[in-house]
Design a protein around this ligand. Sequence first.
Ligand code: AMP
Length: 212
Amino acid sequence: MNLIFLGAPGAGKGTQSEKVCEKYKILPISTGSMLREAMKNNTPSGIKAKSYMESGDLVPDELVIGILKDRIARPDAENGFILDGFPRNVSQAEALLKIGVNIDAVINISVPDEEIIDRLVGRRMCEKCGASFHTIYRPLKIEGKCNICGGKVIQRDDDEPETVLKRLKTYHEKTQPLIDFYEQLGKLKIVIGQKEISQTTSLIFEAIEEMA
Ligand code: AMP
């Protein structure tokens, strides 16, 4: 089963993708996480992506499409995957069609802008395993330490308030048109993001069962 999770930054794509991947034994693929890793390791892709990511812009298509193509070709993606954060615009979606990957369903997690801002500004992330937390909605059990792996928990640079507004603008301009794109392909399911993470997870499971 191959899925795409759409939604604004902070809508819960990463958190929900963890849950769904666990249930269906498929692989979570986050282009944002791969790019952050590349930046941390100063690889050529990471160096190219840095300024775009820091300012809340999209990284150039050819760079991110290359990374994605390599990742889905690896054997651990054979059983299926969830794309979280890809595609981010219509030309990336067209590139995915061209690669010939079959997508079973596209889940759009819908959350109003005001709530997105609140979620992103309070969001914290584990440097080691990438798990996402929130100062109020998904708090840490021990200050600064990941509840899952014990790694160091930080605030992402691009979750600073000014960059959050830029990322939201980029989302509305470039990524939101994908909702119509996948609707026209008959693949789209809309899930309204709930306050409780587990309630959203249940709605996503229902949506997947309906598409299967
Ligand atoms: P994310 O972790 O998905 O919020 O992504 C963080 C940042 O990585 C974004 O603000 C973009 O700068 C970059 N990025 C991630 N995925 C893509 C993509 N598919 N296309 C272009 N840029 C991306």
